[in-house]
Design a protein around this ligand. Structure first.
Ligand SMILES: [Zn+2]
Length: 164
């Protein structure tokens, strides 16, 4: 009894179960390759590849435009207009406006209207700093240990443009 159970139990699951699974798995692969035209797969891959290429290219252009805008904003001491960017970077106005809107949304700059009515983008980190004295109201462009006028300590003041 014990020998026959071991003999049957040892052989049946190992010899039959794997074969059944293999026979279930093996049929599916052939049909797809026969029913789908390889040319179609190639065409689809080309379309996907083209789409990825386009996406990568536009992502690269977007990064370059952003870098250009930040560089220009730094050169202009933190204040940029769309006209300025279009003229200096030679990129389409729509792309520059979109990029500036994105930078504004991310908190890299602020969008406002100057006192003279011009639309400007203000990049706070690039705005000029002055070192001012509370005591005598003196202001200096360079950082100094103390006020050259009265000797009081100086504080850093960001020169933010007045907006409407
Ligand atoms: Zn002073």
């Amino acid at each position: 009894m014990a020998r026959s159970k071991k003999g049957l139990g040892g052989f049946r699951p190992e010899s039959f179960a794997p074969r059944e699974r293999r026979s279930e798995e093996s049929p599916p692969p052939p049909p797809p390759s026969r029913t789908v035209d390889p040319a179609l797969i190639g065409a689809a891959a080309q379309v996907i590849g083209w789409g990825l290429g386009q996406w990568r290219e536009s992502a690269r252009q977007s990064r370059e435009l952003e870098a250009g805008l930040l560089r220009l904003a730094q050169e202009r001491l933190g204040i940029l207009t769309v006209n300025d960017a279009v003229r200096e970077l030679g990129a389409p106005r729509a792309g520059i406006e979109k990029q500036l809107a994105g930078l504004t949304h991310r908190g890299c700059c602020r969008h406002g209207v100057s006192r003279s009515g011009q639309e400007i983008f203000v990049f706070d980190e690039f705005l000029p700093r002055l070192y001012a004295c509370h005591h005598c109201d003196g202001e200096w462009a360079e950082e100094r240990p103390s006020c050259p006028g009265c000797g009081a300590p100086l504080y850093e003041r960001v020169c933010s443009p007045p907006l409407r």
